[in-house]
Write a protein that binds this ligand. Structure first.
Ligand code: ZN
Ligand code: ZN
Length: 385
């Protein structure tokens, strides 16, 4: 029989790049919670922002913060009311949906819990006291926000469901038709997963662009995209020159050829996964009349856009905030990938693995780079316990 833990050790951020291993007491389990031994956490861009700067955009850390929200683990205890539902038992593998919404406000009731104003999200500094992340041994999480994993999925697969859900939501928000042509800007984990989901859900031809040629090569080699484009970063010094650089980049991408020989031209949907102003501008120029730009990447808060390009060509800008009811579909996709019936293989994204609480500082260090010490490409870093 498993003895329920009384404490949980984790790595807490006490300031930019100041991690401390702490052991914190665990209160007795809440009735609707499950206690989870965290087994796998993949690191995300927001974790890196908190680690490097002690903040993520405008969100500041107000007390020591444990990172990690892309996670899966093993159930070690089930609260009394959670037990009655029969949904989970000790020993089950679960993916943790890290955002816990109120489920009572009008947004939640309208089925859009991702934009609930009362949202508490693990490893985010937005709510206070902070909802601590999963870079620790144990967490108590509402059973309602846990997803059971079949034995065909690993804990790492379970952790990847989180960024995969972001991309399932992004593709849902794009309102795509079968075969719609897509451009993805940014070939990091989220860009690659958007490309993968567009292919899996809508058989889309995909062009992917990034400043890093290794990432573009990775996308092509593993079937995430049909066409790759390595961006030569240029900067203008006035608004006009910056816009003309963006327009020129969109043209260059449009001049590429699909494998069938046809020119790419402007596409139906652009998934902007960098958040960089020049890339958002490029997205607008690269979209066909009546198409849409999906803003997936979080980046520069205030930007200049060529609005006349949007209004004159009825281009919609679609925003994306995390995900809503996307875990079940993400699980199906992951199972399809594991059964070899769906491609591309999204599990290839995990390029670096670290084991144990003591390895977390090195994991952060690696996740912050595009190449490791041996110049191997870094896409996703996972921490296993
Ligand atoms: Zn994330
Ligand atoms: Zn709500």
């Amino acid at each position: 029989m498993t003895v329920s833990p009384r404490t949980s050790k984790g790595q807490y951020l006490h300031g930019p790049q100041q991690l401390r291993l702490e052991e914190r007491p665990m209160p007795s389990i809440g009735p609707s919670d499950v206690r989870i031994r965290v087994r796998s956490t993949t690191l995300c861009g927001s974790d890196m922002h908190y680690f490097k700067f002690g903040r993520n955009g405008s969100i500041e850390v107000k007390e020591p913060l444990c990172g990690g929200h892309e996670a899966a683990g093993e159930v070690v205890e089930v609260g009394a009311t959670a037990l009655e539902t029969g949904k989970f038992k000790v020993g089950d593998s679960v993916a943790i949906e890290s955002g816990v919404a109120c489920l009572e406000c009008d947004r939640c009731k309208a089925g859009r819990y991702n934009i609930c104003a009362q949202m508490r999200f693990r490893s985010s500094g937005a709510s206070f006291p902070h909802f601590q992340g999963t870079l620790q041994e144990f967490v108590d999480h509402p059973a309602e926000w846990c997803h059971k994993l079949s034995r065909t999925l690993s804990f790492d697969d379970g952790a990847l469901l989180e960024p995969l859900s972001v991309c399932v939501h992004s593709v849902n928000r794009a309102g795509m038709k079968q075969g719609a042509r897509c451009l993805v800007l940014g070939a990091g984990a989220v860009g690659l997963l958007c490309a993968a989901v567009a292919k899996i859900e809508h058989r889309s031809p995909v062009v992917i662009a990034d400043v890093d040629k290794g990432r573009v090569a990775f996308a092509l080699e593993h079937g995430f995209a049909d066409v790759g484009f390595v961006v030569d970063p240029k900067k203008g010094d006035t608004v006009e020159s910056r816009l003309s650089v963006a327009k020129d980049l969109a043209l260059q991408i449009g001049n590429q050829k699909w494998p069938g020989g046809e020119e790419v031209r402007q596409v139906d949907h652009v998934f902007e996964c960098t958040g960089v102003e020049s890339c958002v501008q490029t997205s607008i120029y690269a979209t066909t009349n009546g198409g849409n730009v999906v803003l997936v990447g979080m980046g520069t808060a205030i930007q200049t856009w060529p609005i006349a390009e949007l209004t004159g060509r009825e281009i919609n800008v679609v925003s994306v905030w995390r995900y809503v009811n996307c875990y079940p579909r993400a699980i199906e996709i992951m199972e399809g990938v594991r059964a070899n019936s769906l491609k591309p293989d999204v599990t290839k994204l995990i390029t670096h693995q670290f084991v144990g609480l003591d390895s977390i500082p090195s994991a952060y260090d690696t996740a912050g780079k595009t190449r490791d010490g041996e110049s191997k490409l870094v896409i996703k870093t996972v921490v296993n316990f």
